[in-house]
Each structure stands twice: as C-alpha cells, then as structure tokens.
Design a protein around this ligand. Structure first.
Ligand SMILES: NC(=O)c1ccc[n+]([C@@H]2O[C@H](COP(=O)([O-])OP(=O)(O)OC[C@H]3O[C@@H](n4cnc5c(N)ncnc54)[C@H](OP(=O)(O)O)[C@@H]3O)[C@@H](O)[C@H]2O)c1
Length: 293
C-alpha cells in the first residue's frame, strides 16, 4: 500500500478506513476487531473516527475492539476529531482551549489508548479563536497525547488563520469531495492546499452512497459518465471515482466508509488506475455543476 507523508513524523495509508457509520454496523467487539484486521491486512492502516460519531458511541466501540485485540493499536494510525457537541439534541461547536483538552482526554479514555496520531478540529466554528485553539493543540502535542494536528471542513481563511497560530504545523484539512460536491474547488481550498503541499483527506468520496442512486438527478448524470469511463478501463465505477480523486496534484487521501472489505478493495485498486486527462474533466463536469469554459 502506498503511504502518504503528512509530516516528518506521520505517514498515512493512501486509502483510509472511516468509521462514522460504525454504530449502524451491528458488529460486536470481536467482529469489529476482525474487520479492523481485514483493513490492516490490505495495508489500510489509517482509521478515522470522531468524538461526535454515534454521540461518542463509535469511539467507545473502537476502544472495545482495541481491547479485544491489543495488537491492533500499534499497527494503525488513529485519527479522531473534536469540536462538535450536542445539548439535548441541539448541535453546536466548541473549539476553546479548555474544551479541546477535556475532549482529548475523554477520547483517549473511550478509545483505550494513550495517544492519538492525528487530532482534527471537526468543523469550522464561527466562534473560532485561532490563538486559543492553537494553545490547546500545541499543549496536547507537547505532552505526546497527540502526534499531529489538523482540521476538517475549514475554508481557506480559517485554515490560514489557525495554521499561522500553529506556526504552520497543521498537516491536513479533511474535506468533502466527490463527483457531485465541489465546494472546496470553488472556495479555493484545494488550490491553497496544493500550493502549500498539504494533503487533504477526502470524506464521502462516493457521496455517502448517494452516487449510486438513480433517482437523484445530479448523481444519475454523474454516474452515467463514470460508468462509461469504468467500461473503458474494465473497472468498477467506484474505483474510477477513487482514481479521479487521487489523480489531482494535491495528493488527496480518500476515506472509504463501507463496512464491506470487498468495497474497500475497490478503493485500493484505484491506486493502479491511470485516467486520461480528458477523463478527469469528463467526471469534473458530468453532474453539470462545474463548467469548462
Ligand atoms: N470530517 C467530516 O466532517 C466527515 C463527514 C462525513 C464522513 N467523514 C469520514 O469519512 C468517512 C467516509 O464517509 P462516507 O461513509 O460518507 O463515505 P462513502 O464511502 O462515500 O459512503 C459510504 C456509504 O456508501 C455505501 N456504498 C458503498 N458502495 C456502495 C455501492 N456500490 N452501492 C451502494 N452503496 C454503497 C456504503 O454502504 P456499505 O457499508 O453497505 O458498503 C456506505 O453506507 C466516514 O466513515 C468518516 O470517517 C468525515
């Protein structure tokens, strides 16, 4: 499996397994440990989760699996996120220093581990004070509780602000990108990351499964073109989508969200697919949202 260098101290597998949907997978700790080993056997050693997934239940389930098979933790890079909370079902953000430090300790406990390889601020917080947030991230790094820090869903302004407060040490922005979502192309975030040689992690590369929905007009239009390209390459359409994401010079790392290892294989296979330049643009414009002038 290809590895992607995020910093001098951290590399990630070029395909990451996401665990957002884990609380719907109906796996006990043994089954989850088995699934995690299936990922590791394939070279997919980076696991992504978040404090808010399943309202903290997902981190707990993962921690139980790490206890069942204690060999797993040292063979993976563990990514988790903080900053989203809910008060009686009302969602809000908190990226203050004290809250981040408290959350990190709580996540470590749930995950049954004493360090997090990559700790992300989950969403851009309108109340973000980059200097205060950076204070917590720097402290957690200096204590060895967190290996590297990054963010998720940030626009270029907030990314730049927090990165300056972090002395340029943010290693990623985890963002949504798929054949029907171009927010971060249009905001300039992808250009920013490409220029600064920072690799984004890409969530919902298959639009959370929506891309296969024939009743969704945008997805149906995009999928028809993707299926045509997949035929040309004798590949699965999902593989073509992952290859499209990995084609970009920014060096993006897709997160597969499936509970099915054979669907994870479709992402891994994309590392060997070489699209033509015109095919990249065929997918870029297929949904009709992005114009080629
Ligand atoms: N930072 C953030 O704000 C953020 C937000 C969302 C997600 N994430 C991360 O990104 C990861 C991936 O996101 P995602 O789960 O939305 O990714 P995704 O890979 O786009 O979607 C996964 C979903 O698509 C389904 N699927 C896959 N192949 C399919 C097919 N051929 N036909 C029908 N359905 C298919 C899967 O079902 P099966 O399981 O049945 O295969 C699963 O429900 C998450 O686990 C999480 O770690 C981060």
């Amino acid at each position: 499996m290809k590895r992607v260098k995020m910093s001098d101290r951290l590399t990630l597998s070029a395909v990451v397994q996401g665990f957002w949907r884990l609380d719907g997978w109906n796996m006990d700790a043994d089954e989850l440990a088995y699934f995690m080993n299936c990922c590791i056997d394939r070279g997919v050693t980076t696991f992504d989760t978040a404090e808010i997934y399943g309202n903290t239940a997902v981190e707990k389930l993962m921690g139980d699996a790490f206890s069942k098979d204690p060999s797993i933790r040292s063979r993976i890079e563990l990514v988790t996120k903080t900053g989203i909370f809910n008060h009686n079902g009302f969602g809000y953000y908190n990226t203050t220093s004290d809250r981040i430090i408290q959350s990190c300790h709580e996540s470590l406990k749930r995950l049954n581990t004493d360090y997090i390889d990559l700790y992300l601020i989950h969403r851009e917080d309108p109340l973000l004070d980059p200097w205060d947030t950076a204070k917590a991230l720097k402290k957690l790094k200096s204590e060895g509780l967190v290996g590297e820090a990054g963010v998720s869903n940030f626009d270029p302004y907030k990314f730049d602000g927090l990165n300056k407060a972090m002395d340029g040490m943010l290693v990623t922005n985890q963002i949504e990108w798929n054949p029907v979502c171009f927010e971060h192309f249009n905001s300039g975030m992808i250009d920013y990351l490409t220029f600064h040689k920072i690799h984004p992690m890409i969530w919902s590369p298959l639009a959370g499964g929506r891309i296969f929905n024939k009743d969704d007009q945008l997805c149906e239009r995009a999928y028809r073109k993707i299926a045509e390209i997949a035929d040309r390459h004798h590949e699965d359409p999902a593989t073509i989508i992952y290859a499209w994401i990995m084609y970009h010079p920014v060096g993006a790392i897709p997160l597969s969200g499936s509970k099915n290892p054979t669907r994870l294989d479709l992402a891994i296979r994309a590392l060997d697919v070489k699209l033509e330049q015109y095919e990249w643009f065929e997918i870029y414009s297929a949904s009709g949202q992005q114009q080629i002038r």
